[in-house]
Design a protein around this ligand. Structure first.
Ligand code: OGA
Ligand code: FE2
Length: 407
């Protein structure tokens, strides 16, 4: 083959491959009924928030009748829906969680095997100030101490030999990260609220058991957010409870796009990043006091990590009041936001919306129950479509007739 022919041949093969990768016959069920096509008709969409205060009512044609959406914020887009769930549905999920059994929530850094001692010498002067030591401990152990805690630690351990409240390289040598870890553990054992997160949680998989209540809620979610039911069925569902002082410091529910790291799925949980297109957070009870969901960088003109560190914006346990956007819990209410933008080209998972940085303020009185309904995709549209197709097929296949023995 001549070089030119070989080039043409390669182009031809590439075109066939690209074409076949995107031509998948798929049907999905969305607000306009069942729609079939080659896959290009399935795109991630967003609710139109318009401006703050914008209200829209969506008929759900189910037991709840309708859901009213109110735009609370546009950067990031945050939408509230009162009475998305009925009180009975809320109680049902709480009971389901209790039956399954909740466990103490962990963050990645809570687990000793993931702890790495990272010095945060912000000004590079080879000495750690009290604030830099606080940030070092936050970054290494996910524990949020006060300046007084640090000074107490120095006093008790004698690490700050000359008492100048600065830790030099020489002083650092006298204590190992292991020794520091042991001290930190003592502190959080006595004060668990110093952890970045203090809550209990359980993952529920109601979709695996054909749960009727959950199936109805999934349909309602699909209707309200305007995404295919088959995509909604790929979602994760987690119930979380917080007691007094329970909180969750600010974080992102999803991860920044990194093309070399694949998205996590139920099958792939190692060496992957979390890809949650949107969050629908349900409040499952009325909280007596506190427990708001806060967005500490909402409406900032830029997102600047240095300011975030300087102002300790992560630390919602202490800085919740200063948050520019807070949503109060109410039984049955949903708060909805998009962790990612949509990629214009393929209509699938785009960049992380970093302004969705958020967390749960401390509960001051009472208890707080929430459910996270995370609409997930991967960065591989075609694989997601294939999974969705399975759900579509399962819902349209005739139920097999029962045999006599089963009757
Ligand atoms: C979460 C979360 C906020 C809240 O569970 O990921 O952000 O208000 N919760 O509990
Ligand atoms: Fe969250």
């Amino acid at each position: 083959m001549r070089t030119r022919d070989r080039c043409l041949f390669t182009l031809h093969i590439a075109a066939v491959l690209i074409f076949s990768a995107y031509s998948l016959d798929i049907c999905v069920t969305d607000n306009s009924g069942v729609r079939c096509g080659d896959g290009n008709h399935v795109r991630l969409t967003r609710i139109q928030g318009n401006e703050v205060g914008h209200v829209q009512k969506i008929d759900t044609n189910d037991t709840q009748g309708s859901v009213t959406l109110t735009t609370l914020n546009t950067k990031p887009l945050v939408i509230e829906a009162e009475s998305f769930l009925s009180p009975e549905e809320c109680d049902y999920f709480v009971q389901m969680a209790k039956d399954e059994g909740l466990k103490e929530s962990e963050t990645v850094l809570n687990q000793p095997e993931n702890q790495r001692f990272v010095l945060r010498d912000h000004d590079g002067n080879k000495k750690l100030s009290v604030r830099e030591m606080r940030h070092t401990i936050q970054g290494s152990f996910d524990v949020f101490l006060e300046d007084e805690d640090i000074l107490k630690l120095y006093k008790e351990t004698g690490w700050d030999k000359n008492g100048d409240e600065l830790i030099t390289n020489g002083e650092l040598k006298s204590f190992t990260p292991m020794m520091l870890q042991a001290e930190i553990q003592k502190i959080v054992k006595a004060n668990p609220e110093k952890h970045s997160r203090m809550s209990k949680q359980v993952w529920l998989y109601p979709d695996r058991s054909k749960d009727k209540v959950f199936a109805e809620v999934q349909k309602r979610v699909a209707k309200v957010v305007g995404l295919p039911l088959e995509l909604i069925k790929l979602s994760d569902f987690q119930v979380v409870s917080y007691g007094i002082k329970g909180h969750y410091n600010a974080h992102w529910d999803s991860a920044r796009v990194e093309p070399k790291v694949p998205c996590c799925t139920r099958e792939r949980t190692k060496q992957c990043r979390i890809c949650r297109y949107m969050t629908i957070l349900f409040y499952l009870n009325d909280v007596e006091e506190g427990g708001e969901t806060a967005f500490p960088v909402a409406n900032n003109s830029t997102l600047d990590y240095q300011t975030m560190m300087e102002k300790d914006l992560v630390d919602l346990y202490r800085k919740c009041e200063e948050s520019p956007l807070k949503v109060s819990p109410a039984k049955g209410k949903a708060v909805i936001w998009y962790n990612h933008f949509v990629d214009d080209a393929n209509g699938w998972l785009g960049p992380l919306d970093e302004f969705t940085f958020h967390g749960g303020c401390p509960v001051k009185n009472g208890v707080k129950w929430i459910a996270n309904f995370w609409v997930k995709t991967t960065d591989h549209k075609i694989k997601d479509l294939k999974k969705m197709q399975k759900f579509y097929k399962a819902s349209t296949e005739k139920q097999p007739k029962m045999s006599k023995e089963e009757l």
